[in-house]
Design a protein around this ligand. Sequence first.
Ligand code: THU
Length: 131
Amino acid sequence: MDYGKLISKAFQGRKNAYAPYSGFKVGASVLTEDGDIYTGCNIENASYGATNCAERTAIFKAVSEGHEAVRAIAIAGAENNYTWPCGICRQVMAEFALPDMKIILAKNEKEYIVKTLNEILPGAFTKKDLS
Ligand code: THU
């Protein structure tokens, strides 16, 4: 898998971050099963709880365009540090992740770490728990 391209798309998404309250800009990019890429950014709100993280923006864009299976997601947040996804985003990832989905935490286009959902959200509650 070409992580470089996905990471550069996450940084591209970061440029549109709307983060006037925290000043913490995040970008994300999602690679779908079909090979399409959707980007996202965090979108804050004066009512802070209405904020949407970059990861969820990217996933929701993909799903709203008909893609319910995610192969990989790249996250570009803090400059010179890895930004880990929040708990709510991990739960949303669990809903749409293909079994071996990769989560790429990018410091920059050359320095990144790759995780699986099971590593960062073991024992996830999913649709299987509802049956
Ligand atoms: N944020 C993300 O977009 N993704 C993360 O993985 C961590 C947090 C955003 C939410 C908020 O706009 C800002 O970062 C500070 O929490």
